[in-house]
Design a protein around this ligand. Structure first.
Ligand SMILES: [Zn+2]
Length: 231
């Protein structure tokens, strides 16, 4: 459309999008847009959950961590499973107060939606001033909070929100061979191997915090994550 300007131009303004026009368009789009996690989603009467058991040596009894998930856009191409809430149960009462507080805060973050994976990093980097502990299997946990973070990480990997760095079959085979060779040459087998899945004289891995590093032919290899350094 051509407009002939017959008067002097005395001012101008940038034309804004008509707010009414966009408002009218929005609902039409919203119908096809997949639902994202947000705090206004009403809790369904039942949710799918997974319960993880941990037995930190600093607590008298085992702790049961339950993470319930909500299915969004069920039956569509956009179906996704999102964590919705977390509960922690234990016979131990010594950590009761802060554990309840932590679960409420984590659940609130889950319900807000968006990227919740940052929680894992935050929790896992909490260090207990008393020094942390070794879990069964030789994995070092810097604190009970960090172990709760590790459980959430495991869960987010299981439901596909975090990528799991699965080792390739070849790496697994090479590690198993190395381990067999190491154990054959170091017949220091003791009976107190229960605490660890790795050779008793293995040392701590800087990458995965597991007591699983063995030294062979001048190379240090972690039997847990495969990290290796030579020389
Ligand atoms: Zn490692």
């Amino acid at each position: 459309m051509t407009v002939k300007i017959s008067n002097k131009i005395v001012g101008y303004r940038v034309k804004k999008a008509d707010p009414e026009a966009t408002e009218h368009q929005a609902p039409v789009k919203a119908e096809t847009k997949p639902v994202q996690m947000n705090e206004y989603i009403e809790r369904p009467d039942f949710l799918l959950g997974t319960t993880y058991k941990i037995k930190p040596p600093i607590a008298e009894h085992a702790m049961y961590i339950t993470i319930n998930d909500i299915l969004l856009n069920e039956g569509t191409d956009h179906e996704s499973r999102q964590p919705y809430e977390v509960f922690i149960n234990s016979k131990s009462m010594e950590h009761f107060q802060w554990v309840i507080a932590l679960t409420r805060v984590i659940s609130a973050v889950f319900r807000k939606g968006g990227d919740v994976t940052f929680l894992v990093e935050e929790l896992r980097s909490v260090y207990d001033p008393n020094g942390g502990y070794f879990k069964k299997g030789g994995v070092f946990m810097p604190s009970l909070v960090a172990e709760i973070g590790a459980v959430i990480e495991k869960h987010l990997k299981a439901i596909g929100l975090l990528e799991s760095e699965e080792m390739s079959e070849t790496t697994k085979r090479i590690l198993a061979e190395k381990r067999a060779e190491f154990e054959a040459s170091h017949t220091t087998a003791t009976n107190d191997e229960k605490a660890t899945d790795f050779p008793p004289n293995a040392t701590m891995c800087g990458k995965c915090s597991t007591k699983a590093v063995i030294v062979m032919d001048g190379c240090a290899t972690c039997l847990s994550c495969g990290d290796s350094k030579c020389g």
